[in-house]
Design a protein around this ligand. Structure first.
Ligand code: NAD
Length: 312
């Protein structure tokens, strides 16, 4: 996490103070950015307001007082809800103003904003993130930005207060940030399901769990998931409740929509989505994003846990 040496005069409006937005705003505040914040849960802003942030009653009020508006909301539907209407961002944002949507979403809402406001000169960037709530809290998110290169450079100090400067990537024109983020999640969720299946089969066939995992690591089938990410489950039974499976299912649905819109068949992605939806139905909306792993543990009849922690 980096502290800026000079406080900045650029005021940031931030809407959506949940698992991700709470950490991101704390880091913006630490970096010296004046903040105006809003969420449908008033209490989510208490700590920020105690630290000097200003509460706004509506997205319009956030936008009218800010140089840059940031949204970090669950789904495209929520982004749409804060953008439009008498109390929405568009009702408050100045002509030529800047809006960065950091939600995992799709371009439809921002495209509609541009189409309905062709003469206002709004600068809109999509900048979704990876790195989980832990990365949001530590200010080490990976950020994938789509939009005009000069706009990206102008807001870079703001992004650097929330993310790892080495991993803030300008990935192309408007909308490409959303696409990169959806593809990252699609592949990671696919790794999770494939790994769960293989570990359940292998251990049922009599192989020791850690022997199997180490054999996979030593083989061409190795992956970051097998080597690192699976350990939160194998060591701690932690399925990452910081990212709800309902949101993971939302991402998988958006990813399939994207595949459909560009005309690429997505059989495997469709299957992974169905497995995720089964886990959501079985364990509940707020279960962690890694809960589909548990489906396979249930099939194996035992949690998949390493007997002792061994360095990978
Ligand atoms: P969350 O549900 O924890 O937080 C969302 C916040 O938005 C909540 O505080 C909610 O009250 C607020 N909100 C909803 N509707 C609103 C409205 N109309 N006006 C104002 N506030 C409103 O979600 P999250 O986990 O913080 O995720 C946010 C986004 O980041 C999602 O798109 C998610 O897919 C993405 N994401 C999450 C993670 C993670 O690990 N949690 C990682 C990467 C990306």
């Amino acid at each position: 996490m980096r502290e800026m040496t000079e406080p900045t005069s650029m005021t940031i409006g931030f809407i959506g103070l949940g698992n991700m937005g709470s950490g991101m705003t704390r880091n913006l505040q630490k970096a010296g950015f004046p903040l105006i914040v809003n969420d449908i849960r008033r209490g989510s802003a208490d700590e920020l307001v105690a630290g000097g942030a200003t509460w706004a009653d509506s997205p319009a009020e956030v936008a009218s007082g800010s140089d840059i508006v940031i949204t970090m909301l669950p789904t495209p539907r929520h982004v749409e809800a804060v953008a439009f209407g008498a109390r929405g961002i568009l009702a408050g944002i100045a002509d030529g103003g800047t809006w960065i949507d950091m939600s995992t979403s799709v371009p439809e809402v921002t495209e509609r904003v541009r189409a309905e406001n062709p003469h206002r000169g709004l600068r809109i960037l999509d900048a979704p993130v990876s790195g989980m709530s832990v990365g949001a809290a530590s200010g080490m998110l990976q950020i994938f930005v789509g939009g005009d290169p000069s706009d990206v450079e102008r807001v870079r100090p703001v992004l650097e207060a929330m993310g790892d400067p080495e991993r803030i990537l300008h990935v192309g024109a408007a909308g490409t940030g959303y696409a990169v983020k959806l593809m990252i999640n699609q592949l990671w969720f696919s790794h999770l399901v494939a790994t769960a299946e293989v570990l359940a089969i292998g251990t049922k066939a009599g192989v020791d769990l850690e022997v199997l995992r180490r054999s996979l690591i030593a083989s061409p089938a190795n992956s970051n998931f097998v080597q690192n990410d699976v350990l939160s489950i194998l060591d701690d039974g932690d399925y990452d409740e910081g990212f709800a499976i309902a949101l993971a299912c939302k991402d998988l649905g958006l990813s399939i929509d994207l595949a459909r819109s560009v005309g690429v068949p997505a059989e495997l992605s469709g299957l992974v989505e169905q497995i995720y939806r089964r886990a959501k139905a079985q364990y509940g909306d707020s279960a962690g994003e890694m809960t589909p792993f548990k489906l396979y543990e249930d099939l194996a009849g035992t949690p998949l846990r390493r007997a002792t922690e061994v360095s990978a």
